[in-house]
Every structure is written in structure tokens, then in C-alpha cells.
Design a protein around this ligand. Structure first.
Ligand code: NAD
Ligand code: UDP
Length: 330
């Protein structure tokens, strides 16, 4: 059985659908600090399958112990964590406690129960401002904010664990920019409060929940001066976890993979595609660069293709259509 932490979150819920559809047995855990039980109900509805779900916090060791003793867990896919860059700058200690102590508690519970496989949600943020694009997994790592540091430190903890225990296997998945939603419109990203990322902000601007989208900088050395990112459909990303799991079920050690499409799109390209596909106007205003942003970030995803037999299949049109389909009536 696979324990999915952060199972009701954006990427976790889509991954639960993939796992259940592949016939895997899962148990979900989430403290609901950034998600709701609606996502769990949607996963059950979409798959027609039931699974145990615990409203539990990784910081609560007793609850974790209960989850491990009540279920036959053999692998963990670990999504749970806080992910807002700005909030992490304002509350670094809280981010280190939640993300790092939470992971350490989880690893202790795994050790007590002899569970030796983990797929971990890392991020392209560990590359900081990359020296070159496309980015390969062996590029230098450096972080520019506490959120990114939690990812890099957890990667380090997992590396140490794999050295200490040669029977441990870990896949570190460095996600690029997940957007999109499940085709059904039942699952997607509906962040609490004011979102930071481009797609949820763009959707809020179209819905009139925000006056206009702020385009952060048109003077980057890119195709049209706006920032370029590697947007990946959340369903492609979710599928990648199943491939990573198969890899660590087969091989011991630590494996690092970029999960991206390998294609970069600018902010204007995203706005134009969104407008065309959904037949809506995107009101926007040009603003100065956002501090800390870099011009261009996109993956070299060839390692995941060679070693995991995985590659992204959905394009920017699908990402824009599915994001809007999920959020337009919310
Ligand atoms: P999300 O916020 O939708 O999901 C994370 C889930 O973890 C939430 O449901 C939240 O309630 C839960 N959680 C947080 N702290 C917890 C704790 N202490 N105990 C139990 N549950 C807890 O975020 P997401 O976009 O689905 O991201 C999943 C993972 O992927 C995160 O680790 C995130 O850092 C990482 N990631 C996300 C992105 C992105 O752009 N969405 C990019 C790279 C990496
Ligand atoms: N961006 C923007 N306006 C916004 C939010 C983001 O122009 O309101 C730009 C940002 O400068 C970057 C791209 O959109 O070039 C993606 O930003 P996001 O925060 O989604 O991802 P990240 O920068 O973390 O990769």
C-alpha cells in the first residue's frame, strides 16, 4: 500500500487518481491546511474506488504512528508541505518546522515500520538562477528563499539516509511549473487567499477577482521580454509519480529527475494561448520585474524519458483549457 501525504492537495489529488486507476492501493494523509475533503470525494468519484484517508499532521507523531500501524504501507509519496515562496520569507521558522520536521517525523515512522521507499516532491527552485538552460539534473543547486531551502535540505537528508541504508530507495522529483487540472473539472488548483503563481493569478484577473494581471517585466532577454517557464500539465506530472515509483520498486539508491516538458513559454505566450483557447480577454498591466525572478527556466527532461520511460504529453492549449474549465465557475 502506498501512503500519499498531501493527498488532498493539488498535485497529490491528481496523483491519487493515477495510482488508483493503475490498480494501486493507497492511504491518504493531509492536515487540510491548504486543501479540503472535497478533493478526496472527487478522487473517489472519478475512480469509483474507496481508500482510507486520515486528517493528520506530519508534526503529530502519534497520528503518524497510527497511520503506519493501521495500514500495510510499503512506499510513501510525500507531497505534504507548505509552498508559498513569499510566506516562507516572512515565516522561515514555520517553513523549516513544517516541511523539514514534518519530513523527519515521517522518516522516523517509516524506519520504525521498515518502509524504505519514498518519492519526494522537490522543485526546480533548487536550481536557483540557472547558469544555462535547458537545466540538467547535474546542474549546480542553490536556493534563493526559505521554501527552496527546505526542498534542498530535505533532498540532502534523503541522500544521507540512502548512504546509511543501502536498502533505501528514493526518487527526488524536481517539478517545473505545474498548471492545468483534471479534464472532468472535479480536481484542480483553488488556492486560498491571493495566489503568487501566474496561472491562478491570470484566472483571477479574467474572472474579475483581481483588477488585472501584473506582468512582471518585459525587459528580459527572452523571445518577447517576459519571463519564460516550463509549464507542465498536472496530469502529466501525476503520471510521472507512477513511473518514479516503479523505478524505486526495482532499484535501490537515490535518483533525481526533472519533471518538465522541456519547452519554455513566455508570460505573453501563456496569456495569448489562454485567450485564444478559452475565448476570453486577459486584462493585464506591465509592471517592473518581480525581485528574485529569473529570465528563463526550463528543463532538460531527457533523463526521465530514458530512465523512467515518462514524458509529458499534453501541450499548453490543454493546460489553459483545463485550468479555466476547473476554475471558471468557482
Ligand atoms: P498543495 O498545497 O495543494 O498540497 C500540499 C498539501 O500538503 C496540502 O493539501 C496541505 O494541506 C498539506 N500539508 C501541508 N503541511 C502539512 C503537514 N504538516 N501535515 C499534513 N499535511 C500537510 O501543493 P501542491 O501544489 O499540490 O504541491 C505538492 C508538493 O509539491 C509540495 O511539497 C510542493 O512544495 C511541491 N511543489 C509544488 C509546485 C507547484 O508549483 N505546485 C512546484 C514544485 C514543487
Ligand atoms: N508572473 C507574472 N505575473 C504574475 C505572476 C508571475 O508576470 O502575476 C511571471 C513571473 O515573473 C515568471 C512567470 O510568470 O516569469 C511564472 O511565475 P510563477 O510565480 O508562476 O512561477 P516561478 O517564477 O516560481 O517559476
Amino acid at each position: 500500500m502506498i501512503l500519499v501525504t498531501g493527498a488532498s492537495g493539488y498535485i497529490g489529488s491528481h496523483t491519487c487518481v493515477e495510482l488508483l486507476n493503475a490498480g494501486r492501493q493507497i492511504v491518504g494523509l493531509d492536515n487540510l491546511c491548504n486543501s479540503s475533503l472535497d478533493a478526496v470525494e472527487s478522487v473517489k468519484k472519478l475512480t469509483g474506488k474507496e481508500f482510507p484517508f486520515y486528517v493528520a499532521d506530519l508534526l503529530d507523531e502519534e497520528s503518524l504512528e497510527r497511520v503506519f500501524s493501521e495500514n500495510e504501507i510499503d512506499s510513501v509519496i510525500h507531497f505534504a508541505g507548505l509552498k508559498a515562496v513569499g510566506e516562507s520569507v516572512a515565516k522561515p521558522v514555520w517553513y523549516y518546522k513544517n516541511n523539514i520536521s514534518g519530513t523527519v517525523n515521517l522518516l522516523e515512522a517509516m524506519q520504525r515500520h521498515g518502509v524504505k521507499r519514498m518519492v519526494f516532491s522537490s522543485s526546480a527552485t533548487v536550481y536557483g538562477a540557472p547558469d544555462e538552460v535547458p537545466i540538467r539534473e547535474d546542474a549546480p543547486t542553490r536556493t534563493t528563499n526559505p521554501y527552496g531551502s527546505t526542498k534542498l535540505y530535505i533532498e540532502g537528508i534523503l541522500r544521507d539516509l540512502c548512504v546509511a541504508d543501502p536498502e533505501f530507495s528514493v526518487a527526488l522529483l524536481r517539478y517545473f511549473n505545474p498548471i492545468g487540472a483534471h479534464k472532468s473539472g472535479l480536481l484542480g488548483e483553488n488556492p486560498n487567499g491571493i495566489p503568487n503563481n501566474l496561472m491562478p493569478r491570470l484566472c483571477q484577473a479574467v474572472k474579475g477577482q483581481m483588477k488585472e494581471l501584473t506582468v512582471f517585466g518585459t525587459d528580459y532577454p527572452t523571445v518577447d521580454g517576459t519571463g519564460v517557464r516550463d509549464y507542465i500539465h498536472v496530469c502529466d506530472l501525476a503520471r510521472g509519480h507512477l513511473h518514479a515509483l516503479k523505478k524505486i520498486e526495482k532499484d535501490f539508491g537515490i535518483f533525481v529527475y526533472n519533471l518538465g516538458t522541456g519547452k519554455g513559454y513566455s508570460v505573453f505566450e501563456l496569456i495569448n494561448t489562454f485567450s485564444r483557447v478559452n475565448k476570453v480577454e486577459v486584462p493585464y498591466v506591465i509592471c517592473p520585474r518581480r525581485p528574485g525572478d529569473v529570465a528563463s527556466v526550463f528543463a532538460d527532461p531527457s533523463k526521465a524519458k530514458t530512465e523512467l520511460d515518462w514524458e509529458a504529453e499534453l501541450g499548453l492549449d490543454d493546460m489553459c483549457a483545463d485550468s479555466w474549465n476547473f476554475i471558471k465557475d468557482k
